[in-house]
Design a binder for this molecule. Structure first.
Ligand code: ADP
Ligand code: K
Ligand code: ZN
Length: 431
């Protein structure tokens, strides 16, 4: 059933292990210039940790802290000890770099293998990794995990849909790792190439790396005839393999023997009540080269209350609602792109892609949502299209409280990037 017995430890044992590992992490971190300084300033050493809950006594580490320490300020060992680096994709500003020792890479591969195992991937599977390689952790991270599990691994990389399809057919690929926005696009391409997704060999898709709604997942599952499982990670915490769905599909288990997860109120820094949404804060427990303590991920989520039917004892986080820095303020109202996705992707007429444009009219900020419409709904009759446009705008207004412009466009008319989708295009500065 499980890849590692750590997945089913009693909560009390697990929390004991976490406290122990947290103390060790503090001791290791104290060897880095950044934490040595920070611990001295805040009068911290490992003895203040009696239980996991004492983590509250440690200061946060922010993305800006990492940037100010770029590149080596958080390393606990001489550079000779390191064998790999990755960098965040820099979706939001200057990138940060993360360094791994060989031991860190092994730990990460184990976590990744465990994650894949949890959704039913086995060594008899053939896994095609369709995300970009390079500095992005979704390439090598998934790759090494898949090999660790024993899968025949196809390092296809991003893009080139024809070649992807050929590899999948030639090598009987049963599992895919694919970014959700690309999965939607890819599903359309598979049909265009004349293949019936139901007749493809694939069974399981690991989807993650960017926010997406439950409807988007369902759409991917229907269009590709596949089971799609949510995968969460970030380069600061190694990369993918931090939290992963199990086959229950009811939230992502955080691998708590390797990470401590907290959900805080981003304003006060205090823990929110169980089940409430807040900012996810993460601490590494098994990383020797570059431990990071109480990292403010800026990702918004909540703990799913209760126990999971699968028997794993680790807590689950809900799908990410958005990033704190994704928030748009239009006409004084706070809007998250995922609220818009939630509405449009739930409409039967809507196809595989959408984009949000911000622009200025006079002095007023306006929001426009461009939506691709399925071929069968893209009809000649203007009145029918206008009706649909109005319905989408009204549904969006109910959700986001401002009325957006809605533009209906045909399939594949919104450009698709190979990596993470750019959901918001801000045209306000350039006007
Ligand atoms: P960048 O911050 O530059 O995008 P990363 O490649 O490290 O760099 O991406 C990590 C971020 O990607 C996370 O903090 C989160 O915002 C997003 N992310 C990763 N996996 C998921 C997921 N399953 N659902 C939603 N967002 C995700
Ligand atoms: K194999
Ligand atoms: Zn479970």
């Amino acid at each position: 059933m499980y890849f590692d017995k750590a997945e089913v430890l009693d909560r009390s044992e697990l929390e004991k292990l976490q406290a122990e590992r947290l103390r060790k992490t503090i001791e290791q971190a104290a060897n880095s210039p950044y934490y040595r300084e920070s611990f001295k300033k805040n009068n911290i050493d490992s003895s203040i940790i009696k239980t996991v809950d004492d983590i509250k006594r440690l200061p946060f580490t922010t993305k800006d802290d990492l940037r100010s320490q770029y590149p080596y300020g958080l390393l606990t060992k001489p550079l000779d000890e390191f064998v790999r680096l990755h960098a965040s994709s820099g979706t939001t500003g200057t990138p940060t770099a993360v360094f791994y020792t060989q031991k860190d890479l092994d730990t990460w591969a184990d976590l990744m293998a465990r994650s894949m195992y949890a959704v039913g991937v086995r060594r008899s599977d053939v896994l095609q990794n369709m995300s970009g390689y390079g500095l992005f952790t979704g390439g090598l991270g998934i790759h090494y995990g898949s090999e660790r599990l024993g899968c025949l691994t196809v390092p296809a990389g991003a893009g080139n849909t024809k070649r992807q399809i050929k590899l999948i057919r030639d090598f009987n690929v049963t599992a895919l790792h694919i970014i959700p926005s690309f999965a939607l696009y890819f599903a359309g391409k598979v049909r265009e190439e004349g293949y019936d997704p139901a007749e493809m060999p694939w069974k399981i898709a690991l989807i993650g790396a960017e926010p997406h709604t439950e409807h988007t997942r369902q759409k991917i599952e229907e269009l590709l005839h596949i089971k799609a499982y949510n995968s969460y990670g970030l380069s600061e915490m190694n990369g993918p393999g931090v939290a992963f769905e199990c086959t229950e599909q009811k939230g992502m288990h955080v691998w708590e023997d390797s990470y401590i997860a907290e959900v805080i109120d981003p304003e006060t820094g205090e823990h929110v009540a169980e089940g409430e949404i807040g900012e996810l804060v993460m601490t590494t427990l098994t990383r020797e080269g570059m431990p990071i303590i109480r990292y403010r991920t800026r990702d918004l989520t909540r703990f799913v209350p209760g126990k999971c039917k699968c028997g794993r004892t680790s807590r689950r986080i809900d799908r990410i609602v958005g990033r704190a820095d994704d928030m748009l303020i239009i006409k004084g109202v706070n809007i998250y792109p995922m609220q818009i996705e939630k509405i449009v992707m739930a409409m039967p007429e809507v196809g595989q892609n959408y984009v949000i444009e911000l622009f200025r009219e006079g002095f007023i900020d306006q929001i426009k949502v461009k939506v691709e419409i399925k071929d069968q709904f893209f009809v000649e009759d203007m009145r029918v299209l206008q009706g649909l446009q109005k319905r989408i705008a009204a549904k969006l207004r109910d959700e986001i409280l401002v009325t957006p412009r809605v533009e209906l466009v045909q399939r594949n008319s919104i450009p698709k990037s190979e990596g993470k989708a750019q959901r918001v295009i801000d045209l306000r500065e350039v006007e």
